[in-house]
Design a protein around this ligand. Structure first.
Ligand SMILES: [Zn+2]
Ligand SMILES: [Zn+2]
Length: 251
């Protein structure tokens, strides 16, 4: 009841219109959603330079892992669209900082389309990159979790893919990656930020050899996703691929 009144009042005070063209009733109208171009190529998640099919690891980075005798944590990385494309940064900003939760659905369809176009298999589980509890309290919702919920449905309509949203926790409160200018500082900022929740037993059995889709809104250096994937691979996960709406290029 209260939610209904609140929504009614908000709709009058802030009438909903497409952030892209101004058409009424939706934050992103179907026509503008259709106009969002997906990236025509993907790059290796480690060097972020070599173009690879489906954002797989490139042969050079793979050789480095073999030399170190450790398996790569993240097997594929899909960046759906370009941050510089008209309106994407605006939409993501509205979703993340103006708390327009309803943008989760159209933005997640951009991600699911990219996953289909890159011929990645359906995952067994979807895991949103967690926020630190302090940041979650401030924002009120985890934007990655909203995307993951919507993805769970639109990757597999009618048979939603299970979400594991309590499994990974963010133990380190870090300044936002956006605020750190230097690449190696950003990497350091994220080191050992995540761990598995103690209460999640038996986590090894849950994850063993499973295909995991890690979801976040924006990737800056990719180190957030790599750190998250590291924790999951060490706990026995099989293939891990990550997907984001866009990559924010370093200035
Ligand atoms: Zn529109
Ligand atoms: Zn590479």
């Amino acid at each position: 009841m209260f939610d209904g009144i609140k929504k009614f009042a908000l709709d009058i005070l802030f009438p909903i219109s497409c952030l892209s063209c101004g058409a009424p009733d939706l934050w992103l109208c179907p026509a503008c959603l259709k106009r969002i171009d997906l990236l025509s190529f993907q790059v290796c998640p480690y060097c972020e330079k070599a173009q690879t099919a489906s954002g797989a690891i490139c042969s050079r980075c793979k050789a480095n892992f073999i030399a170190k005798n450790t398996p790569p944590f993240l097997d594929n990385m899909i960046v759906a669209t370009s941050y510089n494309q008209a309106n994407i940064s605006r939409l993501v900003h509205a979703f993340k900082y103006s708390f327009v939760r309803d943008l989760g659905f159209p933005l997640s369809t951009v991600i699911s389309q990219a996953i289909f176009d890159n011929h990645l298999p359906l995952p067994d589980f979807i895991i949103p990159v967690p926020l630190h509890p302090r940041r979650l309290r401030w924002r009120g919702f985890n934007q990655a979790e909203v995307l993951a919920q919507d993805l769970s449905e639109n990757l597999s309509p009618g048979l939603p893919i299970p979400l594991l949203n309590q499994l990974v926790i963010r133990k380190k409160f870090t300044p936002p990656q956006m605020k750190i200018k230097n690449y190696s500082e950003r990497k350091k900022n994220m080191q050992n930020s995540f761990c598995l929740a103690d209460s999640c037993h038996p986590k090894k059995e849950t994850l063993r050899n499973k295909k995991i889709l890690l979801v976040d809104d924006i990737s800056t250096t990719g180190s957030t996703l790599l750190e998250c994937a590291k924790v999951l691979k060490s706990a026995g996960a099989g293939r891990i691929y990550a997907a984001v709406i866009a990559r924010q290029e370093m200035k």
